[in-house]
Design a protein around this ligand. Structure first.
Ligand SMILES: *Cc1c(COP(=O)(O)O)cnc(C)c1O
Length: 369
C-alpha cells in the first residue's frame, strides 16, 4: 500500500533547536529527552542530530541499550530507573544512569553491591508523581552513599507547572523546597524541562532536561515556536485523494457533522486517526493545502479527513497537504484539537513512513556513530 501520508524529520531543525537550548542554558549540561521514540521522531536519527547533547534521557531500557550499542558515550538516563534486578544488571552492564525514586529500587540496589551505577535521586517537591518525600531525602541519600556500587549521584526534581502562564508560584515553591534540601550538598542538580529552560534560568543548575523544544514545538502557551526561534522537526504531509462538490445542505462524513450552507468544493485527504491524526479535531482545525491555509471539515475518520477547498488556488487531485510542521505550527493544530503538541507527535502510528532528511549531517554521518 502506498498511501501518501508521510512524516519528514528535519535533522537540521533538531540540531538547530539544540543550539537554541544552549543559548538559554549556556553554562549547564544538556540532557536531551528522547523518550517515546524521541517524541515520535525516531530514536537513532534523532540522537544523531542531537549528538552534541551532553546526555540523553528516556524511559525505555531497550531504547537506551540500542543507543549505547550505536556508540554514544554520553550519559544515558532512564527517567523511571529500573523495574527489576535483571534490569538493574542491564543498567550496570550498559553504563546507563538510573533515576531512583522509590524504596523498591533502593532494596534492589542494596542487594546488588557489585558493578557500578550512576544515579539521579528524585525528590518529590510537589508534582506528586515520582520521587521521595522531602522527609525521606537524607536517609535515602545516606543509603546511596553507603553503597559501594553507587557512582555519581545527581539530585533531581520535576516541575508540574513550568509551562503554565500562572505557574510562577508553584515553580518557586518547588524550587525553594528543592534548594532547601540540596544546597548544603555538593552533588550536581537537575530540575528544568523545556519550559523552565526558557522561563526560569534560576532552575538551570547542572543539567537541564529539555524535550519538546528540541522538536520545535513551543513549551509555553503564550509564545509560539517561531517567536522562540524553534524550527519544527516533524512535518506530516499528505495529498488530496478525491474531490467532492457539495450543494447547499449536503453533509460530510460520519454522522454528517458538517453541513454546507452554500455550494462548495471539498477535498478528501489520506490521513485519519489510524495514522495518528486526532479524531477529536473539530471543523475549523487548520491545515495547509497547496501551501494555503484552510480548515478541516466534519469528523476525522480512520483513514481520511476532509478539507475545505473554498478559495484554495489550483486545488486538484494530488494537491499537497500539510497536517502539521513547516508552515503549519503543530501547536495551532493541537490547540484546535484541544490537546498538546506532545500528544500529536507521539501518536503518529507505524503505518506513517518516517523519512529523516539529512542534508547538513551527511559529512558528520560519514564518520560514523
Ligand atoms: C519528559 C520529561 C522532560 C522533558 O519535558 P519537556 O516538557 O518535553 O521539555 C524532562 N524531565 C522529565 C522527568 C520528563 O519526564
Amino acid at each position: 500500500m502506498s498511501r501518501s501520508i508521510r512524516a519528514f524529520i528535519d535533522l537540521a531543525a533538531l540540531e538547530h533547536n539544540l543550539t537554541v537550548v544552549r543559548r538559554y542554558a549556556a553554562h549547564t549540561r544538556i540532557m536531551a529527552v528522547i523518550k517515546a521514540d524521541a517524541y515520535g521522531h525516531g530514536l537513532l536519527h534523532t540522537a544523531k542530530a542531537l549528538r552534541k547533547a551532553d546526555g540523553f534521557a528516556m524511559l525505555e531500557l531497550d531504547a537506551a541499550i540500542r543507543l549505547r550499542d550505536a556508540g554514544y558515550q554520553q550519559s544515558i538516563l532512564l527517567l523511571e530507573g529500573f523495574f527489576s534486578v535483571s534490569e538493574l544488571a542491564q543498567c550496570k552492564k550498559y553504563r546507563l544512569s538510573a533515576v531512583i525514586h522509590n524504596h523498591e529500587q533502593l532494596a534492589m540496589l542494596s542487594a546488588s553491591k557489585h558493578g557500578r551505577l550512576d544515579v539521579f535521586l528524585k525528590i518529590n517537591t510537589g508534582m506528586n508523581r515520582l520521587g521521595f518525600a522531602p522527609e525521606q531525602f537524607l536517609s535515602v541519600l545516606g543509603a546511596l552513599k553507603a553503597n559501594p556500587a553507587i557512582g555519581h549521584i545527581t539530585l533531581m526534581t520535576h516541575f508540574s507547572s513550568a509551562s503554565d502562564t500562572d505557574g510562577d508560584q508553584e515553580v518557586i515553591k518547588q524550587l525553594q523546597c528543592f534548594n532547601s534540601m540540596t544546597t548544603s550538598h555538593s552533588y550536581p542538580r537537575s530540575l528544568a524541562n523545556s519550559a523552565a529552560v526558557i522561563r526560569y534560568p534560576e532552575t538551570h543548575a547542572d543539567w537541564v532536561r529539555p524535550g519538546i523544544m528540541l522538536y520545535g514545538a513551543s513549551p509555553l502557551t503564550n509564545k509560539t515556536a517561531a517567536e522562540l526561534n524553534l524550527h519544527p522537526a516533524m512535518t506530516v504531509t499528505s495529498k488530496i485523494i478525491a474531490l467532492q462538490y457539495l450543494q447547499s445542505g449536503n453533509k460530510v462524513g460520519y454522522s454528517g457533522c458538517f453541513q454546507a450552507d452554500r455550494p462548495m468544493l471539498i477535498g478528501i485527504v489520506a490521513g485519519g486517526y489510524a495514522d495518528g491524526y486526532p479524531r477529536h479535531a473539530p471543523t475549523g482545525t487548520p491545515v495547509l493545502v497547496n501551501n494555503q491555509r484552510t480548515r478541516i471539515l466534519g469528523r476525522v475518520s480512520m483513514d481520511m479527513l476532509t478539507v475545505d477547498l473554498s478559495g484554495i488556488k489550483d486545488a486538484e487531485l494530488n494537491s499537497p497537504v500539510i497536517l502539521w510542521g513547516k508552515g503549519m505550527p503543530i501547536d495551532e493544530v493541537a490547540n484546535a484539537a484541544n490537546t498538546i503538541s506532545y500528544e500529536l507527535l507521539c501518536a503518529l502510528t507505524p503505518r506513517v513512513t518516517k523519512t529523516a532528511q539529512d542534508h547538513t549531517l551527511t559529512h558528520c554521518a560519514r564518520g560514523g556513530l
